[in-house]
Design a binder for this molecule. Structure first.
Ligand code: URA
Length: 460
């Protein structure tokens, strides 16, 4: 196939046919189309976008590049949640066992840290022995046995996305709504779901910070899901400050475990419950949001959700004792307290600065092959709007060595802005609900996951 004329057409703003997209994806996945041509095409898509039928064809071709999970004869509802990525976002670790404990099967397929954002797989792998690389057959069997499995993208699922994603990551072609939508939805639609809930982040720490762009991303993914028979709903949630208090893999795993034991910070629990309600409604386990919320709260307070997480850890090769005793998680060598440099009101806790610092401290990757040090990160006990006194402890840093501590302190000095008064209102934690029928602005008053909401993520 001649690729250059197709690149030219897209570059000039034209559309490719479904057959052309299908041949391009198949050729690229099979190695017949070189990376440099695909990179040029991706960059043309960044600038020119995709028409609706092109996006549909690209997504279908990406799904068709691999297998689709099927569950003939298994009537249990299967609902997954996908977040577009943030800092301190450990929701999946709490949500998957919680929703499974309520009777909805959760085939959770997650990713690794990307750029400044953390990834569920890296957090799970902080648990010694935990395997996220199950085969599709293993994953399916665990899902049917336990009602939940937490894995990475297997080689069988949308292999075209895996190759395209790696290329986008190094050619600055990630932040395009059609490309993000096709990437996320090709994986999700291959999971054989009966429903999908999307957590679309907006705010300065999100890949697409502007609310309007977040809404457009949500609408685009919903249309792809619904048109392919998968009921899809999205919530827009705040990423203008980290979610919860812990940022960094092992610290976040510990905070997720605390949450499963009923001691989670309020903001983390609000987002988790909001997404959980949508998952139970999508799974048709409950008919109203109030009943769904009650069911989730019961599963948490009865210990069923924590027990489910123990079962997942055991089934996937980890030590389930971590749920009772977090000291089995990797421990940082250098731990220091950070004090407020001034008296005043916290106006910003900037997620992007913190996420980048975690990568620089060894807790994320700058190259695909990098190993991740799960122990490093921050526990930040203030949120925008909190009053602080100079010299008061407001964060702890967890680093490998004194140089890491210094780097972390510098990041905190930049990320946590203290002023005389709050200059900008933080985004509501959950601001919009998007369905195929439209966008609903949620007016519930914001609940802060403020200080004192729960014990610190790690007591030492
Ligand atoms: N997550 C994905 O899986 N794909 C993207 O393109 C962006 C975030």
């Amino acid at each position: 196939m001649l690729v250059v004329p197709l690149i030219e057409r897209k570059r000039e703003g034209g559309a490719l046919t479904p057959e052309e997209w299908s041949a391009l994806v198949a050729g690229f996945t099979a190695g017949r189309i070189p990376d440099y041509q695909m990179s040029a095409l991706l960059m043309a898509v960044m600038w020119r976008g995709l028409e609706r039928q092109e996006l549909a064809a690209l997504t279908d071709a990406m799904i068709a590049s691999g297998q689709r999970l099927t569950f003939e004869g298994w009537s249990m509802p299967r609902v997954d949640k996908h977040s577009t990525g943030g800092v301190g976002d450990k929701v999946s670790l709490v949500l998957a066992p919680l929703v499974a404990a309520c009777g909805v099967a959760v085939p959770m397929m997650s990713g690794r840290g990307l750029g400044h954002t953390g990834g569920t797989l890296d957090k799970l792998e902080a648990i010694p022995g935990f395997r996220t690389d199950l085969s599709l057959a293993e994953a399916k069997s665990q899902l049917q046995r336990l009602g939940v499995v937490m894995i990475g993208q297997t080689p069988e699922i949308a292999p075209a996305d895996k190759r395209l994603y790696a290329l986008r990551d190094v050619t600055s072609t990630v932040a395009a709504i059609p490309l993000i939508s096709a990437s996320i939805m090709s994986k999700k639609l291959a999971e054989g779901l009966t429903g999908l809930v999307l957590d679309v982040k907006h705010g300065s720490g999100a890949f697409l910070p502007e609310t309007e762009r977040g809404l457009e991303l949500a609408r685009t993914m919903i249309a792809l899901g619904e048109d392919r028979g998968c009921p899809t709903v999205a919530l827009l949630t705040a990423m203008d400050r980290p979610l919860g208090r812990a940022c960094g893999n092992a610290l976040e795993t510990e905070e997720a475990i605390l949450a499963l034991r009923g001691e989670g910070p309020e903001d983390l629990m609000e987002v988790t419950y909001a997404l959980g309600v949508e998952m139970l409604l999508a799974g048709k386990i409950e008919s109203s949001a109030a009943k769904a919320r009650q069911r989730l709260e019961n599963a948490l307070s009865s210990g069923l959700a924590a027990e489910k997480f123990e079962q997942v850890i055991e089934a996937q090769g980890g030590n389930p004792k971590v749920v009772e005793d977090a000291s089995t998680l990797p421990q940082a060598q250098a731990v220091e307290v950070f004090a407020a440099p001034d008296t005043g009101v916290v106006t910003r806790v900037e997620p992007r600065v913190l996420g980048r610092a975690i990568v620089a401290m060894g807790g994320g990757r700058t190259r695909v092959e990098d190993a991740v040090d799960a122990s490093v990160g921050f526990v930040i006990t203030v949120k925008p709007g909190d009053k602080v006194l100079a010299g008061e402890p407001i964060a702890s840093v967890f680093a490998r060595d004194p140089a890491g501590v210094e780097l972390a302190f510098e990041a905190l000095r930049q990320a946590i802005v203290i002023d005389e008064r709050l200059t900008q209102r933080p985004l509501p934690l959950v601001s919009h609900r998007v369905t195929r029928d439209g966008v609903e602005a949620l007016t519930a008053p914001e609940k802060k996951g403020g200080r004192g909401a729960s014990p610190s993520a790690r007591k030492r």
